[in-house]
Every structure is written in structure tokens, then in C-alpha cells.
Design a binder for this molecule. Sequence first.
Ligand SMILES: C[S@@+](CC[C@H](N)C(=O)[O-])C[C@H]1O[C@@H](n2cnc3c(N)ncnc32)[C@H](O)[C@@H]1O
Length: 254
Amino acid sequence: MSKIREAVRDRYATKAKSFSADQSCCGSDCCAPAAAEEAISCGQHYESSELSQAGLDSSISLGCGNPLLLAELHPGESVLDLGSGGGLDVLLSARRVAPDGHAYGVDMTDEMLEVANANKARAAIPNATFLKGTIEQVPLPNGAVDVVISNCVINLAEDKGTVIREAFRVLKPGGRLAISDIVALKELPPGVKQAVDAWAGCISGTIPVDAYRGLLVDAGFEGVEIQITQRHDVEGITGAIASAAIRGSKPLVT
Ligand SMILES: C[S@@+](CC[C@H](N)C(=O)[O-])C[C@H]1O[C@@H](n2cnc3c(N)ncnc32)[C@H](O)[C@@H]1O
């Protein structure tokens, strides 16, 4: 396992244990350094009525947006969440596609999968499945799902091209991609770029919008749209990173 992947896994294993100890996202280190975490994450992107109906709590979110707002899910659809963490987006998706649809989450961190399964049991949502695996090698067959979502995870991958090609592979023809992620608006100082800790904190693995768009187009996605939704003022790198809403679709004929 690479040093970066190990740092990412260790960070989110620790985070998962803090969830188990009932600490909220905002009280510990989320997908960002302490100074920026409230701005980037902490679940402020969800409707409280939807959460309370589902018996869920936004404090389990480590995301940087709400990919469900982009995904426009319909009953009967199948959904995959890349890097599902504590399971919030999977469980909300499962409710939206019920009763005949299904939501899958894939995550490499055992401790996160445990939290997600505990949240699933607590919310009594049957049509959700959490799979252990990497987003570089998704454990689902070709053309398995209608929609791929992801929330603040692809920036953590060392080989983003492989992840985006996997998203394309598992989508059905005509399927949709809806991602919230952090992107780079300007070059980061070399010290930040090389810091493994800053990578695991969703900063130094970020890439510029044009590079992100290029990877999506190269993988075969059409109708690619990338919209900056929130700029994050992190100390020392003011104006360098932002949350983005990213959309695309797999052509009907490839
Ligand atoms: C910042 S958290 C986001 C979790 C979730 N999407 C949310 O919005 O709360 C990142 C999650 O992605 C997982 N992850 C990071 N890199 C991964 C990879 N290469 N393969 C699978 N899971 C990964 C981590 O284990 C962690 O649970």
C-alpha cells in the first residue's frame, strides 16, 4: 500500500472510531484541517427534514457538498457511492430509489464500513449495501448502476483517471455521474503539495478544474459540467481550493 493510501485509510479509520464514540464531525478532524473543516464539511448541505424522516444525522457526513442535489434520483434506480464513509449519501439515496431501487457504497476502510452498517441498521433501510473495496477497482460488474455519486473522495485518489474510468465502466449506457469534490483554483505551495497529511485532509490531492474536466472527457463522459459552489479560505493557502459540483453522463452508445 502506498504511503498516501495508508495515510488516507488511517485518517478515516480514526475518524470512524470517533463517530463510534459519538463525536460529531465538527468536533474532530473532517476532510480538512481544523481551520477549514466547518467551511468544507460537517453536513450543512442536507435538508434537516429529510434527515429526520430517515432517522439520520448529518454529523456523520465528511463530505463537501450534496451529490444528491445533482443526481436527481428516481424510484427504481440503482446508485453507487464512491467512498461512502459513514453511509449518509447511500442511505438517503436508498430512500429516494425505494422500494425497487438499490444503493451501494464502496469504501476501503473497515472502520467506516462498520459505522455505515450500524447507521443502516439504526435507520432500518433495507435497500442499501456497503461493499469493501477501492474506488480504483470497484467490486461491481460493468453497467451495474444508473447513477454514480461521490462526496469529497476522488481528490484523495492518487490515480484519479483510473477512478473516473471505473465510474464510467460501472454505469449503464445513459447513466449519470454526480460528484461533490474539492478542486484546486491555484497552485499550492510545494510544502503543502508534498504533505501526506494535507493529502488525506482533501487539500494536496486536489487538481485544477480543467484537469478534472479532461479526465472525465477522456474517460468518455459527455455533457460534463463543473461548477464552483464554495471557495475555502484555509490558512496559508487562501483562495487555493474550492468545493465543486461535477456532472456528466455516459453516452447511450459507446
Ligand atoms: C472524506 S471521507 C468522505 C466520506 C463520505 N463520502 C461522506 O461524504 O461523508 C472519504 C472516504 O473515502 C474513503 N476512501 C478514500 N480513498 C479511497 C479509495 N481509494 N478507495 C475506497 N475508499 C476510499 C475513506 O475510507 C473515507 O471513508
